[in-house]
Design a protein around this ligand. Structure first.
Ligand code: ZN
Length: 292
């Protein structure tokens, strides 16, 4: 009896010790797994070197950002003050010029951000090409008609349409936005007073980040703007000493001089020691003040 008791006690202690060991091992396994996941997440947030961002990861394709993200978590610039970086951006494509722009970017082995619109039925194929060639896809508008600013609902109806078009073409859900006319546009006032201020607050609330520009190539001020003028305006930031440049350019069928100016713009920034990067939820951003 005493022996059995002792034996049962011994068995109980053995089971207890074994249970403890299993719990400790499980805890260690969970800790290691979560540390590994965190390290992986950190790795994807760190800006990749240029030759490493040529293809999009599966995670990037399938992980949809949450619809509600506090502003603080996306206002997380990954560039330091003295880090010289330029973000080339092209609005209003895809068009007959897109392929030429992509070819120039490929020739220099650099990446840019394309804020696309629905330019024509079937433009999905070109949008997919932008994506497949490793460039950053971002949302500009479906219609690019200022009547989208009539209300919050009309704005998001339009944004959802271009978002779905990009998603259906590529499997990638872009959360990067540029307002037609920029945040500081004054035309939207004619449709709805205060709409830009409201949208500037609402987009981050829904998980989007929006981007204006701090330098304008001025290629929109006429169809065939002189190449030298575009280059001068596009590279002014270098003389000015601006280390973080979001440069506005356009991908419009008639704007062939933008493509002609592009190699000189790229070389000027490259020679001045800038690196080329794409805009993202964690990149540097620049916001104009709403003007309504
Ligand atoms: Zn535009």
């Amino acid at each position: 009896m005493t022996n059995r008791k002792r034996k049962r006690g011994w068995h109980f202690r053995k089971e207890f010790v074994a249970g403890c060991i299993i719990i400790v091992l499980l805890t260690i396994a969970i800790f290691v797994a979560s540390a590994f996941k965190t390290a992986q997440r950190k790795q994807t947030k760190t800006p990749a070197p240029l030759d490493n961002i040529a293809s999009h990861t599966e995670e990037e394709k399938t992980t949809l950002p949450p619809q509600t993200v506090p502003v603080a978590s996306i206002a997380n610039p990954t560039v330091s003050d003295d880090d010289k970086v330029i973000y080339l951006t092209f609005d209003d494509g895809p068009t007959a010029n897109t392929k030429n722009i992509l070819d120039v970017l490929d020739r220099y082995g650099i990446k840019a951000t394309f804020f696309v619109i629905h330019t024509y039925d079937g433009c999905e194929a070109q949008i997919k090409e932008i994506y497949d060639r490793g460039q950053q896809l971002a949302l500009h508008s479906y219609t690019h008609d200022y009547s989208i600013y009539r209300s919050m609902d009309t704005y998001f109806d339009d944004l959802n349409k271009i978002s779905d078009l990009v998603y259906n073409a590529t499997g990638y859900r872009s959360m990067l936005v540029r307002f037609p006319g920029g945040t500081s546009n004054t035309i939207s006032r004619d449709y709805c007073d205060g709409i830009m201020s409201a949208l500037a607050e609402e987009l981050p609330r829904r998980g989007y980040q929006y981007f204006d520009w701090d330098w304008d190539s001025t290629d929109a001020s006429g169809n065939r703007r002189d190449v030298d003028v575009i280059v001068d305006n596009a590279t002014d930031a270098i003389d000015y000493g601006d280390n973080h440049v979001i440069l506005l350019m356009h991908d419009a069928a008639a704007k062939t001089t933008t493509v002609e100016a592009l190699p000189q713009i790229i070389e000027a920034y490259r020679d001045a020691g800038y690196r080329f990067d794409v805009l993202s939820l964690t990149s540097y951003t620049y916001h104009h003040n709403p003007n309504n």
